[in-house]
Design a protein around this ligand. Structure first.
Ligand SMILES: *[C@@H]1O[C@H](CO)[C@@H](O)[C@H](O)[C@H]1NC(C)=O
Ligand SMILES: *[C@@H]1O[C@H](CO)[C@@H](O)[C@H](O)[C@H]1NC(C)=O
Ligand SMILES: *[C@@H]1O[C@H](CO)[C@@H](O)[C@H](O)[C@H]1NC(C)=O
Ligand SMILES: *[C@@H]1O[C@H](CO)[C@@H](O)[C@H](O)[C@H]1NC(C)=O
Ligand SMILES: *[C@@H]1O[C@H](CO)[C@@H](O)[C@H](O)[C@H]1NC(C)=O
Length: 459
């Protein structure tokens, strides 16, 4: 009896301090939807507790921001989960907090405001030069954050942004992304659908220990810069079971640009991408660069399906980037209707403020194996940099079937060096055939995040 009284007392205190009704997660809350997460939360709140109206017209920016402000103190007491219930919740940018779960229920859509004033301008990223709007959902210097649901949706309503961009707007300013998390660790983004982002969809930058899984991303195939997932200067990241249809790269691995990226010097490393499905007629399945000045290494990519995509993996760099792309491993790609299968570009002409001609990128140890492609226009365009060749390229067990309108020159290679084995059609002379016994490397160890066991939680 005494114990019950004490806990009631604590509950009352919590109610008083936080000033809103709150349910302790007890037996009753376990009746809810179960889901997997890096951490479950002690406290629950619902967006409507903060005056939100899900009619698709009323701005809920204040409700989201107030929810976060009021829930932040609970981070120190077992964390909190904010439930977005069915409805259409129009909002501008809001910030996340630590030990926090945003749970978007099936039937719920977070609708991104098309009003520019709902997105504060935030400082440029140290590894980039651009002024920028805050993303719709933004978090910095956090730990232990989950954005998940049982297939709820975030709709970026990007059309007005795309139209203004195409007519010359936002030339020197980045449009809002849907989700950006910076300088943070232990992040999970899973089991939600993202549609029509104004620009990139998911951007973890300077983060550690990131899980992105079961995400479906859709944007029109002609929408500008609607990259799917952009791991950027992050360590220990897994991206699995995602499906992306987009106007730009399905996944773009980055680490900052030119002087900014060189000075910041935070690489992307320990990255695993697996079971990706991608449609992107004008861009890559997986792009590496062109922003790679902080270095990109130890990337493993496997079990990828590409349909009507411009190229499978595209490494993009330029003189002035510095940095490196090395220890890249890819296997088991199934591809249909591709302009290129393999593409490497050493002259990607994007320099925000001029560049240092002595800052040469190092591209080495690139391994691709066990792939098939059908209906391909050009097997490979591999263009290194004069006096700075791309080295250690290895291709094995790759079968490419050509389209009826294929080009005569199937392998256009300059300034590259490497080897091949069992590759059809026959590769260029710079990638000599080493016979039938050679396989390119793929690591047998795991990156640490692959061993994380998720907890069963309830929403
Ligand atoms: C979110 O945080 C950033 C800095 O971390 C700040 O500039 C911005 O104003 C915050 N946004 C809101 C809505 O509080
Ligand atoms: C966020 O973390 C970065 C890197 O550790 C640090 O430079 C910055 O001052 C932090 N910002 C805040 C608001 O704590
Ligand atoms: C083959 O690729 C071409 C584009 O190069 C496309 O127009 C055509 O529909 C594709 N054919 C099949 C059978 O997918
Ligand atoms: C060659 O690659 C295919 C997939 O494209 C795979 O099924 C097959 O097992 C590979 N062969 C060897 C010897 O690894
Ligand atoms: C081969 O690539 C080079 C440079 O990358 C380009 O200038 C040339 O036009 C290409 N050749 C063909 C036949 O496409």
């Amino acid at each position: 009896m005494k114990m019950i009284q004490t806990s009631l007392c604590i509950l009352v205190v919590l109610l008083t301090v936080s000033g809103f009704p709150m349910m302790e997660s007890g037996v009753e809350s376990k009746k809810g939807i179960d889901y997997l997460a890096i951490n479950c939360r002690k406290h629950n709140a619902v967006l409507t507790d903060f005056g939100a109206i899900g009619d698709g017209k009323t701005s809920n920016t204040k409700a989201f921001r107030e929810a976060i402000t009021k829930l932040t103190p609970l981070a120190a007491d077992g964390g909190v989960q904010l439930i977005v219930p069915p409805g259409n919740w129009l909002t501008g940018s809001f910030n996340l907090t630590s030990h926090f779960t945003l749970f978007i229920q099936q039937g719920a859509t977070i609708l991104a405001s098309q009003d520019e004033s709902e997105y504060p301008m935030i400082p440029r990223l140290p590894s980039y030069g651009d002024a920028r709007f805050a993303s719709l959902i933004y978090g910095s210097n956090l730990t232990d954050v989950v954005i998940t649901g049982n297939k709820g949706t975030i709709n970026g309503q990007g059309k007005t942004w795309w139209v203004k961009y195409r007519s010359g707007g936002f030339k020197t300013i980045s449009r809002p992304l849907l989700i950006e998390i910076i300088f943070s660790e232990n992040i999970q983004i899973s089991d939600i659908n993202l549609i029509d982002s104004p620009m990139w969809n998911i951007h973890p930058v300077y983060c550690k220990n990131v899980i992105i899984r079961n995400i479906k991303i859709d944007a029109p195939i002609d929408s500008p810069n609607t990259d799917g997932i952009n791991p950027d200067s992050c360590t220990n990241t897994i991206i699995e079971d995602c499906s992306v249809t987009s106007g730009d790269d399905c996944i773009a691995v980055k680490s900052g640009i030119d002087q900014f990226g060189i000075a910041t010097a935070i690489p992307t490393q320990q990255l695993s991408i697996r079971r990706l499905t991608c449609v992107s007629p004008d861009s890559a399945g997986i792009a590496i660069g062109s922003e790679m000045s902080g270095g990109i290494k130890d990337v493993r990519i496997e079990d990828v399906t590409l349909i009507n995509t411009q190229s499978a993996i595209r490494i993009k760099t330029a003189i002035g980037r510095g940095g490196y792309v090395k220890d890249i491993f890819a296997r088991r790609f199934t591809m249909k209707t591709m302009k290129y299968v393999f593409w490497m570009t050493g002259s990607y002409k994007l320099h925000p403020i001029g560049f240092d001609p002595k800052a040469l990128p190092e591209i080495s140890n690139i391994n691709y194996r066990d792939m098939t492609a059908e209906n391909v226009t050009i097997s490979a365009k591999l263009e290194g940099i004069k006096n700075d060749p791309f080295k250690g390229i290895c291709l094995s067990n790759v079968t490419i079937a050509l389209s009826p309108t294929t080009k005569k020159l199937q392998w256009n290679c300059t300034d590259v060096a490497g080897v091949t084995s069992r590759v059809k059609p026959e590769p260029c002379g710079l990638l000599p055939d080493k016979g039938t016994t050679m396989d390119c490397d793929f690591p047998t160890d795991k990156i640490p995040i692959e061993s994380v066991v998720l907890n069963k939680c309830f929403a």
